[in-house]
Design a protein. Structure first.
Length: 240
């Protein structure tokens, strides 16, 4: 953790950090195709297509259609652009029905706000979808800024997206910590960008040879203790 300046800001990933998105996405996809074994393929294709959006080679609407066509092609089904768009609309509606905020999120956000710490959400996903998600789930009010990879022109773990969030919150990277569920894209990427990095390992994937510059927590209920113990500068007591 950076220790030369006071902690002024915390950045948080959204999907699978604040919102149980993978579970919702997996259930929706299984309902659409009648099987539950293709989620890894969907995730892989999503990463490939989002990278094209960040590189300014696709807009999000086109990305969604092309990702769906690529995915269905993996199943041996060829569809038109219109059919792909229809599939995506139905899938997205099902995902939204299953959105759920983890139980440790609101107490953590309330503590951070009470401590006077500025908050930013930092995401590689679509800005329209993520802002709608935050609004629908009542989370928008906690965040002073939402950094979207496609709008910034860089995706995590590129330092630019972390630096853009810090600039929007008016702090130096060394005054900020980023928390997310992906070790490389979130925690390690933040450390390389000069922020503190916290890996939210909800599923116990931590290995002994992990990056020692990265803090590991199993839930956001542990974050206040980490910030107080390792940074020692939060303004309110750790909840017990």
């Amino acid at each position: 953790m950076p220790d030369d300046l006071g902690l002024r800001a915390v950045c948080l990933d959204i999907d699978d950090t604040l919102v149980d998105f993978s579970a919702a996405g997996r259930r929706a996809l299984a309902a659409m195709i009648g099987r539950d074994d293709m989620w890894p393929v969907w995730e892989r294709l999503t990463e490939l297509h989002v990278a094209r959006v960040v590189a300014d080679r696709l807009d999000y609407a086109s990305m969604h259609r092309q990702r769906t066509k690529s995915f269905l092609d993996e199943l041996g089904v060829a569809v038109s652009d219109e059919d792909a768009a229809r599939f995506e609309r139905r899938r997205a509606a099902l995902v939204q029905c299953h959105w759920d905020v983890y139980g440790d999120v609101l107490p953590c956000l309330e503590w951070l706000r009470a401590a006077g710490i500025a908050l930013a959400a930092v995401t590689n996903a679509s800005g329209a979808h993520q802002r709608k998600k935050l609004d629908t789930l009542g989370l928008s009010r906690y965040f002073g800024h939402v950094a979207i990879a496609g709008e910034v022109g860089a995706a995590k773990p590129d330092p630019l997206i972390f630096h853009s969030a810090c600039a929007a919150l008016g702090c130096d990277p060394a005054e900020a910590v980023h928390v997310g569920d992906k070790l490389e894209a979130d925690a390690a990427g933040a450390v390389r960008a000069g922020l503190g990095g916290v890996w939210l390992d909800r599923h116990g994937r931590c290995e002994s040879d992990r990056d020692t510059d990265v803090q590991v927590i199993s839930g956001l209920d542990e974050l206040p203790s980490v910030l107080v113990a390792d940074l020692g500068r939060a303004g309110v007591p750790v909840p017990r």
